[in-house]
Design a protein around this ligand. Structure first.
Ligand SMILES: [Cu+2]
Length: 305
């Protein structure tokens, strides 16, 4: 398909759908009941073709309730997401409109049904626990950490159950953060702790960095980010997921996250969680000491006298 024809098709679809949406009285406002915190509309689809040059993918999508019937159409995606996809992949994403009216997919996640069912099940219990917290309260030192499930940088489902028998260190970051003293420093500290744990041959310790920006931080974007920090190993998970799950997790661990002027204003929290699921340590500072976290972990593993 040549470029001009592609553009014509694309814009014809664009205007047709805009018209239909207009007739139905739809706006970009999220009308889905399933994820109130998320922008746009939920899309489930099958990737048919990837057009890197056009920055788009042809996707056969299911009915988008309240917005668009099932059809095959081109969606814009960012380059990292496109490079992370293959035709034949199923995806779940959110559909938003670009300023020129074009259709863009964000929060692009694996569409695997079984994985999504277990993710939803675990995160329903997370939502319940989060909602049961009195206002202003969050899970802190001495509390039991709530279970959660998210996708890691390889598109694999990570649940706290998979980590059973493993302690883990968890922090919150987003890849587009440019404040050197916040996420970049936090990730460097996690990388240092990861290296120290490897050097000291500390077994059964996992690392989880939760994205505060599920719209942009998809598994391929997180994979790219991990590589940029030289982080390797299958015990280090950069995780993302549906907006609601990420929101509940952020809230339950007392982190604030506020989208503002194209960035996210946020606080920090770094937790050490024992193999039994107890929160052993929590720091809100950016200059936490990796050595102190390892010392606390070792202490927790010493037989009590
Ligand atoms: Cu940041």
């Amino acid at each position: 398909m040549n470029t001009n024809r592609f553009k014509k098709c694309f814009f014809r679809w664009t205007s047709l759908v805009a018209m239909v949406a207009g007739l139905l009285g739809c706006s970009q406002k999220n009308e889905s009941q399933e994820d109130d915190s998320a922008p746009g509309y939920p899309v489930v689809g099958l990737v048919l073709e990837i057009n890197l040059d056009e920055g788009s993918a042809k996707i056969k999508h299911e009915d988008i309730p309240g917005f668009m019937p099932a059809m095959t159409m081109d969606f814009r995606l960012n380059e990292t997401d496109l490079r992370g996809l293959e035709s034949g992949d199923t995806i779940r994403a959110r559909l938003i409109r670009d300023e020129d009216g074009g259709f863009r997919l964000v929060n692009v996640l694996p569409g695997d049904e079984a994985a999504n069912r277990s993710l939803e099940k675990v995160n329903r219990s997370l939502a319940k626990k989060t909602d049961s917290l009195p206002s202003g309260r969050y899970f802190g030192e001495g509390d039991e950490s709530p279970d959660f499930a998210l996708f890691n940088q390889h598109g694999k489902l990570v649940t706290t159950k998979d980590l059973q028998g493993k302690a883990f260190v968890m922090n919150f970051i987003f890849t587009r953060c440019t404040d050197a003293k916040m996420c970049p420093l936090s990730t460097s500290k996690m990388a240092t702790l990861h290296r120290m744990a490897n050097e000291q041959e500390i077994a059964d310790l996992a690392f989880i960095s939760v994205s505060l920006d599920p719209e942009y931080d998809t598994p391929p974007v997180l994979k790219h980010y991990a590589e940029a920090y030289g982080i390797e190993g299958d015990n280090f998970h950069f995780v993302t997921g549906p907006f609601s799950a990420v929101d509940d997790l952020i809230r339950s661990f007392g982190v604030t996250s506020l989208p503002r002027d194209g960035t996210i204003l946020h606080s920090l929290a770094t937790m050490l969680i024992s193999e039994q699921g107890e929160i052993l340590m929590r720091s809100e500072r950016s200059n936490w000491s990796p050595a102190a976290y390892l010392a606390r972990l070792k202490e927790s593993r010493e037989p009590s006298s």
